[in-house]
Ligand binder design. Structure first.
Ligand code: HEC
Ligand code: HEC
Length: 506
């Protein structure tokens, strides 16, 4: 294809993809709404659908008139039709609000726009719009200006923290009294309205209705920013992305590199930076007795290294609250009851010959699992590493972690836990402990607990499905490359499972 044809083709696609406001028919919209949207948003549009108590954040109450992602000015509650259309078409990342473009025709979505507006009685377009001025493109200079403005007088730091991870320093609430969290700005793929600086600019300008995220275009604000300043801040926020910690659905294998000499013995050892991170979704545990739907931890990043004696795993995840039972400040920030934070690694006792995984609850009678469970400790109790052998939820044996050579060390800094767990490759009880072998695909799964999130403990936690751990032989090993490609094919199926688990209504 010549470049010109390609360009014309792309332009056509672009035009087709751009929402051109078409008048919607509210009556037709109601028919679709009653079929597709009431489960979450409620028949009256008040957010009181059947799924309401299972969702965090809660489904929007349209009667409140609060629209988070809008381009009309901060003074005007009414969003543009395009704004609503976009959220219906694309969905809202980081929430259960799905995108509908695969299911509904474009006109259906415009009809829905017309209908949902009626709940708040919006019958006129907004009178004023966000003033975008002239876009300032990103550059080192602009990012640096943005950083200063972000930190000045704690402007954004107050809620989002210096690192942008939003580690809690105070409790924030939404209009309906629900607990809300400042967005983790290092994970821009969770932004409801995209990480394009233009979108970030709009959010800073309008604030986020129904939450404590304020408008910085409001002349009455002591922390007001000019149009130019808002572009610098938007460029800075976009630069905070830690893309290495984004889930790559094709990557289902934790690859451990072999080291000559000692393994790192702290979570902050610089050698970890050189190892390959793999990030997985954490989904609520829905199989065990106490079902739980409102997780706060969303992903976990895993690295592994080994030498000829032992294996070391580094587990890293963002948790806005360090949960210390007995500590006054931690208890104030927690949603009671407070419990310890924690993380666990689950491995089969015997590495299956074929690429077969144990039952993903907690093993079963035929295929028992090892569970390494680290807990963060309390005000007057140190952190601990625990070893369990399990054949399903009912048959759990507590074992001596020290005797099996398990060791853990953790660090918490600015909203991130890093937990290092080490174990010798082999132990003296091969019938009870997994024996690590080079070049084999070893099933592995992870779990995490946020003790400040209504006391997650026991079976109330988030987890991954089964993935693989591979101790990469030091010298190249061709059959592995082929096997890794097969893994890629599995990934599609896993993603489907994760989506379903994240969106119980879908
Ligand atoms: C599985 C639950 C679920 C279903 C089904 C669902 N929504 Fe939502 N929706 C949500 C949640 C949760 C939010 C709030 C997200 C937030 O506050 O960040 C939301 C928010 C919205 C918003 C607000 C956008 C904004 O800028 O604030 C609109 C509009 C919306 N939904 C429309 C719809 C329509 C139309 C349907 C049916 C076609 C629908 N939703 C179906 C869960 C759902
Ligand atoms: C008083 C607390 C507070 C301050 C100050 C604050 N924010 Fe926020 N911010 C929030 C909250 C809360 C949310 C999440 C709202 C929600 O629940 O959707 C948020 C969300 C965001 C988002 C996510 C947008 C999206 O599409 O999801 C961005 C970007 C953001 N803030 C940037 C900033 C910047 C930049 C500043 C400083 C100029 C700032 N915030 C100041 C509380 C604050």
């Amino acid at each position: 294809m010549s470049r010109l044809v390609l360009l014309a083709f792309c332009t056509a696609l672009f035009i087709a993809g751009t929402a051109a406001a078409k008048p919607g028919d509210a009556d037709k919209g109601k028919e679709i709404y009653d079929k597709r949207c009431t489960w979450c948003h409620g028949a009256e549009g008040d957010g009181a659908g059947a799924a309401k108590d299972m969702l965090n954040p809660p489904p929007r109450d349209f009667t409140s008139g609060n629209y988070k992602i809008k381009t009309s000015s901060f003074e005007d509650m009414t969003p543009n039709d395009d704004d609503i259309f976009r959220m219906i078409r694309d969905g809202m990342p980081g929430t259960s609000m799905p995108g509908w473009s695969d299911v509904l025709k474009e006109q259906d979505m415009w009809n829905l726009v017309a209908y949902v507006k009626t709940f708040a009685g919006f019958d006129k377009p907004p009178a004023t719009q966000v003033d975008f001025g002239t876009r300032i493109s990103s550059s080192a200079e602009s990012i640096e200006k943005g950083r200063k403005l972000y930190e000045d007088g704690d402007r954004c730091v107050e809620c989002h923290g210096k690192s942008g991870k939003g580690s809690a320093s105070k409790r924030l609430k939404g209009d309906a009294g629900e607990r809300t969290w400042p967005r983790n700005l290092t994970k821009p793929w969770t932004f409801r309205g995209s990480d394009d600086p233009k979108d970030i600019f709009a959010r800073i300008s309008t604030g986020i209705a129904g939450t404590e995220m304020p408008s910085f275009a409001d002349p009455k604000s002591k922390k007001k920013l000019t149009v130019e300043e808002r572009w610098h801040v938007a460029n800075y926020v976009a630069s905070l992305a830690k893309t290495g910690r984004k889930v790559d659905a094709d990557n289902t294998v934790v690859k451990a590199d072999k080291l000559q000499g000692d393994l790192p013995n702290t979570p902050d050892d610089a050698r970890w930076e050189k190892s390959t991170p793999t990030t997985f979704y954490l989904v609520p545990q829905l199989i065990g007795e106490e079902r739980y739907f409102k997780p706060s931890n969303d992903t976990i990043t895993v690295r592994a290294l080994y030498n000829d004696k032992a294996i070391a795993m580094l587990l890293e995840w963002d948790d806005r609250t360090r949960s210390i039972p007995g500590d006054e400040t931690a208890e104030k920030l927690a949603d009671a009851p407070i419990a310890e934070d924690g993380v666990a690694v689950q491995l089969p006792v015997t590495i299956p010959k074929e690429m077969q995984k144990p039952y993903f609850g907690m093993g079963d009678a035929a295929r028992p699992v090892n569970i390494w469970h680290w807990k963060s400790g309390a005000k007057d109790a140190a952190e601990s590493i625990n070893l369990l052998n399990s054949r399903g939820f009912k048959e759990i044996e507590k074992r001596d972690a020290v005797a099996a050579g398990l060791n853990a060390k953790a660090s918490y800094s600015d909203g991130t836990w890093k937990v290092l767990i080490t174990r010798p490759l082999t132990t003296s009880s091969p019938e009870k402990d997994v024996q690590f072998t080079e070049g084999k695909f070893i099933p592995v799964a992870f779990a995490a607990w946020d003790g400040s999130n209504n006391g997650e403990k026991g079976s109330k936690h988030t987890m991954t499905t089964w993935y693989w751990l591979l101790l990469k032989p030091a010298s190249g090993y061709k059959p592995l490359v082929a096997a890794l490609m097969v893994m890629g094919l599995f990934a599609g199926g896993l993603l489907w499972w994760v989506r379903r688990a994240r969106n119980p209504a879908g």
